[in-house]
Design a protein around this ligand. Structure first.
Ligand SMILES: [Zn+2]
Length: 407
């Protein structure tokens, strides 16, 4: 083709993106619009052009996908994962005692977690700690289309007090280093706690947290603080991050302050349920279930009082290893914490998008948004269990990535 003609052909092609029409029984858009019945979601390329009454008549050349047995919800957002932590269940190993692996191998293995995450209807994750830049690599390979998985907002390595407390200057430097290395978001570990350990002893000072918050915000980035216990939580609220993860035994005045400062809460209640269920595969010491059970009750109580105080919630699983595929079980805990079914679903869609600063492109089924669309059996806005057990088909960025539909 002569060069001029080639340019012309490209321009023509760019102006006529592929049109796909998705037919649904019901569409829950995560906007203020009521649930639409017998609706069609019309896509142009990887974006939603419109949501309309299904007329049964479509433009010539459009691909029509029949999902009329299902309801549509936006692709969900898991605001707290560790997607590069992989375990294959090999004999003689447990998730935390595995052979040392080259980072390239770890990234390729993590593709399995990515696939299982998509199967739950989660199309975006915020990943809050990984070693060796494995999360950056997985994020970039998914973005390039070389690995099928959710969009990843990556923190790289979380910053904590090991090997030594960083101090204010050290903290500022570490935040800047993470951002230069490729982190989209900053993660701090401000207390002990993780796996079967639920101690929650504060490990970073208020001054260190504040230095990290200021450095991240000065660079236009967001920051999440992990704290299991109340002292670290109080100082985290004072420091003013974008979200606080975990949390138990937090007093009401701290929760009111959190609501006033519009700090998101990602309580990750379900991950300790997972640790109880998976205690044998992790080979936790006998009696670990007692501490975990007690923490769940106090974590849930804090979440309840936070909701009553007006704190905003995002859904985060804290999924690791074999928990991928269970990413959305947190939804049921959010309902136990007092959110309505619809509020819980918002925590996993448009509110999660707000926490990530991506509210203009994900988390809603609306014109201009990326085509992240999940077909569900049931009505999850009335009963979130449908979003946990009823996922039948998943589209991310305009491409079907899980399940089957008829054309
Ligand atoms: Zn975590």
């Amino acid at each position: 083709m002569p060069p001029l003609l080639a340019v012309f052909a490209c321009a023509l092609f760019a102006q006529t993106p592929t049109v796909q029409v998705l037919r649904f029984a019901k569409v829950w858009t995560a906007t203020n619009a009521p649930v639409m019945e017998n609706a069609a979601i019309v896509l142009e390329g990887n974006r939603i052009a419109r949501v309309e009454k299904d007329s049964g008549k479509y433009a010539t050349g459009s691909t029509v996908i029949d999902l009329r047995r299902y309801a549509a919800i936006p692709g969900m957002i898991d605001a707290h994962t560790h997607i590069t932590y992989f375990w294959d269940g090999a004999a003689g190993t447990n998730p935390r005692r595995q052979p040392r692996r080259h980072p390239a191998v770890a990234v390729i293995l993590a593709a399995e977690n990515a696939k299982r995450t998509l199967q739950t209807g989660v199309t975006t994750v915020r990943d809050l700690n990984a070693s060796a830049g494995n999360d950056y690599a997985l994020r970039d390979l998914i973005e390039m289309g070389k690995i099928v998985g959710p969009r990843i907002v990556a923190a790289g390595a979380g910053i904590g007090a090991r090997p030594a407390p960083p101090g204010v200057e050290g903290m500022r430097k570490m935040v800047e280093e993470r951002l230069a290395a490729g982190s989209d978001v900053i993660k701090l570990f401000a207390s002990t706690g993780g796996f079967e350990d639920v101690t929650g002893k504060q490990t970073l000072s208020y001054e260190e947290m504040r230095a990290a918050v200021d450095a991240a915000h000065a660079a236009g980035k967001r920051i999440a603080i992990h704290t299991y216990g109340p002292a670290g939580f109080r100082d985290a609220v004072k420091a003013g991050p974008d979200s606080i993860e975990h949390g138990a035994d937090v007093d009401d005045s701290t929760l009111r302050e959190m609501a006033r400062k519009r700090i998101w809460f990602v309580p990750t209640i379900d991950h300790n349920r997972f640790y109880i269920d998976a205690a044998a595969e992790f080979q936790f010491a006998a009696g670990s279930a007692e501490g975990l059970t007690s923490y769940i009750a106090r974590n849930l109580d804090t979440a309840r009082r936070a909701h009553a105080a007006g704190v905003k919630f995002a859904m985060g699983s804290d999924a690791v290893y074999s928990m991928f595929g269970q990413n959305t079980r947190e939804l049921e805990w959010l309902v136990k914490a007092g959110l309505t079914n619809e509020e819980a679903l918002l925590a996993a869609t448009s509110h999660g998008a707000e926490l990530l600063g991506m509210q203009d492109r994900i988390g809603k089924l609306a014109p201009g948004f990326l085509a992240d669309i999940v077909a569900v059996e049931g009505e999850p806005w009335k009963d979130v269990r449908a979003a946990i057990n009823g996922i039948r088909w998943v589209m991310k960025d305009g491409k079907a990535v899980s399940g089957t539909a008829s054309r």
